[in-house]
Design a protein around this ligand. Structure first.
Ligand code: NAP
Length: 256
């Protein structure tokens, strides 16, 4: 198992339990591994890819990693995930609402079914997981980090459901931060284009990959570890006076 980003086993999160949704791959997987490396107990969630989720933690201390599954597009799935986390601990130091789906449909292609699916996974489930786990978070003086997107900050044509979900997630982060203070902090991280399965088609396409590099001030795509560092910081006691904020982790993409 890897340690923290500094390469050493860390105890920053020792004694703390954090639920990370969508931890089977991509950004969520890196966040879960980073937290584990920093001493946290991790409740790692996936939708269907339980094999991949378990494979991410091959030699982990089983007392510090719990695997749960559930479809966050449905009300029952959200309740099951919250119930499973509640069974593991009544004291939740962190909730990372990371699970998400991308949809790039044009206005002509958009459908009510697609809109509802994307909004339910990306926006409804973070709100209701927070609601259902509020007491657990309050018991621990916990912290919530919602994963938005640069596409929720800077608009572009198409991808209406995705952009709406990510933009609204930034706004409800602010509303929740007022509601849940002072016991629970709520912040948001908005990644830029990051090399994961979600946009494999994009970074495998030479011209699209180059266009993202050209239009990103830092001149490159993000990596999952570019996102996990800021998420861990916001979850940690080092961020104890920070709430209601959205931090772009996008190489400056939201500025241009
Ligand atoms: N990659 C980017 O460029 C980028 C940029 C900005 C923001 N983001 C955001 O960052 C987050 C993670 O993205 P990623 O790129 O790491 O995505 P990814 O590699 O596609 O992984 C998505 C994760 O979400 C889970 N998931 C998908 N549908 C679900 C459902 N119905 N119920 C529960 N879980 C579900 C998946 O579980 P299974 O493996 O079990 O299916 C998987 O663990 C998302 O919120 C995304 O919008 C990504």
């Amino acid at each position: 198992m890897r340690g923290s980003r500094s390469g050493r086993e860390d105890s920053e999160f020792s004694g703390k339990t954090v639920l990370v949704t969508g931890a089977s791959r991509g950004i969520g997987r890196e966040i879960a591994l980073d937290l584990y490396g920093r001493g946290a107990s991790v409740i790692a969630h996936c939708n269907k890819e339980m094999g991949a989720l378990r494979d991410a933690f091959p030699d982990a201390d089983r007392a510090r990693v719990h695997f749960i599954a559930g479809d966050l597009s449905t009300d029952s799935g959200v309740k099951n995930v919250a119930g499973a986390a509640d069974k593991i601990t009544g004291m939740l130091s962190g909730l990372v609402n990371n699970a998400g789906v991308y949809s790039g449909l044009s206005l002509e292609e958009e459908t009510v079914e697609n809109w509802d699916r994307v909004i339910n996974i990306n926006l409804r489930s973070p709100l209701f997981l927070t609601k259902l786990l509020r007491k657990n978070l309050e018991a621990a003086g916990g912290s919530v980090v919602n994963i938005s997107s640069v596409m929720g900050v800077a608009p572009s044509a198409g991808a209406y459901a995705y952009q709406a979900s990510k933009s609204a997630l930034i706004h409800i982060t602010k509303a929740l931060s007022i509601d849940l203070a002072p016991r629970v902090r709520v912040n948001c991280v908005a990644p830029g284009f990051t090399m994961t399965d979600m946009n494999r088609g994009g970074w495998k396409d030479d011209s699209f990959r180059a266009e993202v590099e050209r239009s990103t001030p830092m001149g490159r795509w993000g990596k999952p570890e570019d996102i996990s560092g800021i998420v861990c910081f916001l979850l940690s006691d080092r961020a104890s006076f920070i709430t209601g904020q959205s931090v772009g982790a996008d190489g400056g993409k939201n500025l241009v």
